[in-house]
Design a protein around this ligand. Structure first.
Ligand code: ACO
Length: 336
């Protein structure tokens, strides 16, 4: 996935988080935990939780609308919608079909992509390949999760970690000519999967392997189950290597990175990744304190926040990396 033309570039970013905030203090009343434990082990202070009746595609459409507005592109001009999610409105059809309807995006192909926390990076990479292949048009890539409905709220080892939200970007063919010295756009993407770790983070019930029964429901087999320490170790290692490999593919050194926009899973993971990459933690866009882990939504939410508050400027070099269930992970280098 090395640099070649036509390149894709980000024309707009958007985000949506539900208004209801669940704090660590709130969680102290729900499970055997403390604000101190959650803060020290994860960096999370609060997370947003979707309201009753609010569904995944509502959040995705809201983020998509904001990204389209920034890009100045009507939904009717979209040539594709890719939604990275593992918490769609319904198992079938895809969340993306509802997003298409809510945005009024015509009949462009619209599909979901299941790569958990790496879903946004996978989606951006696929969109980039379509645009590079010269198919034209603008592609909406959304990362969205409504994890609060698939968590076991009695399991303190998982329920304190996650939050709901959506982020989106509009990608389109670059409008810069070959004469531009530092062209903007997606410079490199790298994707990986290691299915041998599939059981480390899993919703075991509800699929063909374990169709739901009353017993399975009672045992929360339809909720997230996780081996936290296993994921922690592999996350530090693979987020670091994926970032290095995508920087290599883009012909860039860590010191040339203006901002790292990484998946926000755990502050300790990101601090260790920063140390291994020798990139100062101050150059990481961090918001895990306020949102928790929003899985596929975390990179585009962080990106949109930093674009709108002016930290990320046109021409800045961004390194992105994410890892999640699968395990699936990846990295990307984008000149914004
Ligand atoms: N409150 C209080 N105590 C808790 C809680 C809690 N919410 N959860 C677990 N504990 C207890 C454990 O039971 C254990 O008690 P014990 O020593 O008596 O057995 C103790 O705290 C330590 O537990 P560990 O699992 O060793 O804690 P650790 O330091 O590994 O932190 C954590 C756990 C935060 C889950 C960490 O492993 C982690 O972040 N892993 C990555 C997982 C992750 O981010 N997953 C998200 C999806 S994948 C991704 O996005 C990368």
């Amino acid at each position: 996935m090395s640099i070649s033309r036509p390149r894709s570039r980000i024309y707009g970013t958007g985000r949506y988080v539900p208004s209801h905030v669940l704090t660590n203090q709130d969680l102290e009343c729900m499970v055997d935990t403390t604000d101190a434990w959650i803060t020290e082990r994860t960096g999370i202070k609060e997370r947003h939780i979707a309201g009753e009746g609010e569904v995944t595609s509502d959040m995705a459409a809201a983020a998509g609308r904001a990204a389209l507005e920034m890009a100045g592109i009507p939904a009717s001009k979209l040539s594709m919608i890719i939604v990275g999610t593992i918490s769609p409105d319904t198992p079938m059809p895809a969340c993306a079909v509802h997003v298409q309807q809510k945005l009024g995006a015509g009949t462009c192909p619209s599909f979901d992509l299941s790569a958990a926390c790496a879903g946004f990076l996978y989606g951006m990479s696929i969109a980039d390949q379509f645009i590079r292949s010269g198919q034209g048009g603008y592609i909406l890539v959304v990362g969205v999760e409504l994890l609060s409905r698939i968590l076991n709220w009695k399991d303190r080892t998982t329920c304190v970690l996650f939050g709901d939200g959506a982020g989106a970007v509009v990608l389109g063919p670059s409008d810069e000519g070959p004469e531009v010295e530092r062209p903007r756009g997606v410079l490199a993407t790298k994707l990986y999967t290691d299915g041998s770790l599939a059981e480390a983070l899993v919703i075991p019930g509800g699929g063909s392997r374990e169709p739901l029964t009353p017993e399975a429901l009672a045992a929360s087999r339809n909720k997230v189950h996780m081996s936290g320490q296993e994921i922690f170790k592999v996350a530090v290692k693979n987020l670091t290597s994926a970032t290095k490999e995508s920087l290599d593919a883009a012909g860039m050194l860590p010191e040339q990175v203006d901002w790292v926009v990484a998946h926000q899973a755990n502050l300790r993971i990101l601090n260790q990744v920063a140390a291994r990459l020798a990139i100062p933690p101050e150059r990481f866009i961090l918001n895990i304190e306020r949102y928790g882990n929003t899985s596929s939504a975390s990179i585009p939410i962080a990106l949109d926040e930093a674009v709108r508050d002016g930290r990320i400027q046109p021409g800045h070099n961004l390194a992105m990396c994410a890892l999640g269930a699968g395990i699936s992970w990846g990295g990307a280098v984008v000149r914004f």
